[in-house]
Design a protein around this ligand. Structure first.
Ligand code: ZN
Length: 116
């Protein structure tokens, strides 16, 4: 009777984000599809490269295809930049210099971005 009352064993599970008991937690669920890595834990590396005939392409590296939905990301980036693009292994390639828009889009999704 009462000996264990108030010990940590009585403490209900608390949410790691808001520190409320889980019954009172109102945090939105984290939207990460199963199998994918949290964007906030990854750093995308943005760079531009000159191709044949002086054409510029924007490269996004550092996001492994195994851990990210790259086709979906490419679609989001193409829409945001209004440019074509492809995926080459773990690298997303956008036509033209899309550094600014790509940076904004990636940041909005939650990625950390380093521009080189
Ligand atoms: Zn919470």
């Amino acid at each position: 009777m009462g000996l264990l009352t108030g010990t940590i064993f009585d403490r209900p599970l608390h949410c790691e984000r808001c520190d409320r008991p889980e019954t009172e937690c109102q945090c939105p669920p984290v939207e990460i599809a199963p199998g994918w890595t949290d964007p906030g834990k990854q750093t995308a590396r943005l760079s531009t490269e000159k191709r044949k005939k002086g054409k510029l392409v924007t490269l996004i590296k550092g996001l492994p295809a195994k851990e990210n939905d790259l086709p979906k990301l490419l679609t989001q980036l193409k829409n945001a930049c209004g440019a074509g693009g492809t995926i080459d292994g773990d690298v997303i390639e956008l036509q033209g210099d899309q550094t600014e828009r790509a940076l904004k889009t990636l940041t909005q999704i939650g990625y950390r971005v380093r521009s080189t």
